[in-house]
Design a binder for this molecule. Structure first.
Ligand code: NAD
Ligand code: USQ
Length: 406
């Protein structure tokens, strides 16, 4: 297949590109490199030293003899160029990773909220409109999030995207209806993924676009079979308070002797998936495309759920790290249950990689190797969900003042 990977320079995109290239597909990365600019804005860098995308592609060619194309293009701002690109390359499949994906970054300031909505909603809508206009019948696979469902305890398993409900008609009879599971995003970022769902529903129904939406949990780990093949194929690895995600952050913190930063009681339960399984799921979804006229196919792309404090205790036990229970900068339920259905990927042959100690310690080893690149000042999460939360005095686990009362 000819596959366009939009956002292919990112944390999940890059290993997906390599995995699909190795599987024999013709792969093209389309990316505006905004994530690299955001590192500069925030004054942080990936824990791992990432080469330029062009250099990464060159190394892959040296190692495997396979070509990966790179195209610098902003999906959200360059609609005409996007259309021309699609018309010229006519991909069989388009994988859409190209959004601003950090919840804390999306909540930093009003400017960050506006940027996240502009970027994510326009990127998705431009892509859909361009597919219709060019008439390219590509299977669109989008990386969405488990966070669209929200994290209130409902006492029932979260289905894969759709919910069967009953409503009473005007005659008083009960009628069955299938609806998108009610969305309850917990950040501006997660809200954009909820909006994406409606865009997909419309374009599948109106134009017969073939769309798969992957509601992915938190991705952890760093290496895949392909990124291990050469030092310069190494994956991005975020540790900072905005882009670092919880389990990867705990593993890095353990590696540098920084107390593990649990928000609140750590009673938040979340869904997780290892990066190796994430790339495998995308491949499985590509092989199971919907037909024109089908509803959007939705998968829950996760393999296990864990409570944040249980993860902290697990990492602490494994590494002798300390745990710091900190005031939560987010507005979220202090405790929640989470049971998620994921039978569709299991039926397609996914063999889940669960939280094995070997994989956890692999991340700690990577973090120790590159510990000199970590700026400890960038570890605390300081982006607050509301002004009230922001005005609370917060201290990082090392006792320094992060924000003063205004
Ligand atoms: P990332 O930030 O590392 O990568 C996103 C890539 O998209 C970057 O290379 C960025 O430059 C590019 N991009 C952003 N806006 C663009 C635009 N307008 N035009 C062109 N390129 C653009 O993120 P990631 O962790 O690789 O996540 C990829 C996708 O998977 C995201 O959509 C995210 O919402 C989703 N996801 C990620 C996780 C996770 O834990 N990392 C979990 C669930 C879902
Ligand atoms: N948390 C801590 N300590 C930390 C960091 C986070 O306790 O140092 C807590 C948060 O308060 C939250 C939970 O851990 O309750 C998860 O936070 P996270 O930053 O790991 O994940 P989140 O903000 O939800 O976002 C990440 C990705 C996003 C993706 C989402 C999947 O950045 O792109 O959509 O995971 S999900 O969580 O399933 O919605």
């Amino acid at each position: 297949m000819k596959i366009a990977v939009l956002g292919g320079d990112g944390f999940v995109g890059w290993p997906t590109v390599l995995h699909l290239s190795e599987a024999g597909h013709e792969v093209h990365v389309v990316d505006n490199l905004s994530r690299r600019w955001i590192d500069t804005e925030l004054g942080v860098q990936s824990l791992t030293p990432m080469d330029s995308i062009q250099e990464r592609c060159r190394i892959w060619r040296e190692v495997t003899g396979r070509e990966i194309g790179f195209h610098l293009l902003d999906l959200a701002k360059e609609f005409e160029r996007l259309k021309s690109w699609l018309a010229e390359h006519a991909p069989d499949a388009v994988i859409h990773f190209a959004e601003q994906r950090a919840a804390p970054y999306s909540m930093k300031t009003d400017r960050h909220k506006v940027y996240t909505v502009d970027n994510n909603v326009n990127a998705t809508h431009n892509l859909l409109a361009a597919l219709v206009e060019t008439g390219i019948d590509a299977h669109l696979v989008h990386l969405g999030t488990m966070g669209v469902y929200g994290y209130s305890s409902v006492g029932a398993a979260i289905p894969e995207g759709y919910l069967d409900v009953e409503i009473e008609n005007l005659e008083g009879e009960k009628k069955g209806l299938e609806i998108l599971y009610p969305t309850r995003p917990g950040s501006v970022y997660h809200m954009t993924k909820s909006l994406d769902q409606i865009l997909f529903q419309f374009y599948a129904q109106n134009d017969g676009l073939r769309i798969t939406d992957l509601h992915q949990g938190i991705v952890w780990g760093t290496h895949t079979d392909q990124t291990r093949r050469h030092e310069q194929l190494i994956n991005r690895f975020d540790y900072d308070g905005d882009y670092g995600t919880v389990l990867n952050r705990f593993l890095i913190q353990a590696a540098i002797g920084y107390p593990l930063t649990v928000h609140g009681t750590g009673g938040q339960t979340r869904a997780f998936i290892h990066i190796q399984d994430s790339v495998r799921c995308i491949e499985l979804a590509l092989g199971d495309a919907p037909e024109a006229g089908d509803r959007v196919r939705i998968f829950n792309q996760m393999t296990e759920t864990h409570r944040v404090r249980d993860l902290a205790e697990l990492v602490a036990k494994m590494t002798d790290a300390e745990i710091a229970y900190l005031p939560n900068p987010r507005k979220e339920a202090a405790e929640n249950d989470l049971v998620v259905r994921n039978e569709q990927f299991l039926a397609l042959g996914l063999e889940p990689t669960t939280l094995a100690e070997g994989l956890l310690s692999e991340v700690v080893d990577v973090a120790k190797k590159y510990a000199h690149r970590i700026d400890r000042k960038r570890v605390p999460a300081v982006s607050a969900w509301t002004k009230d939360i922001a005005t609370r005095v917060e201290r990082d686990p090392e006792g320094k003042r992060l924000k003063s009362v205004s």
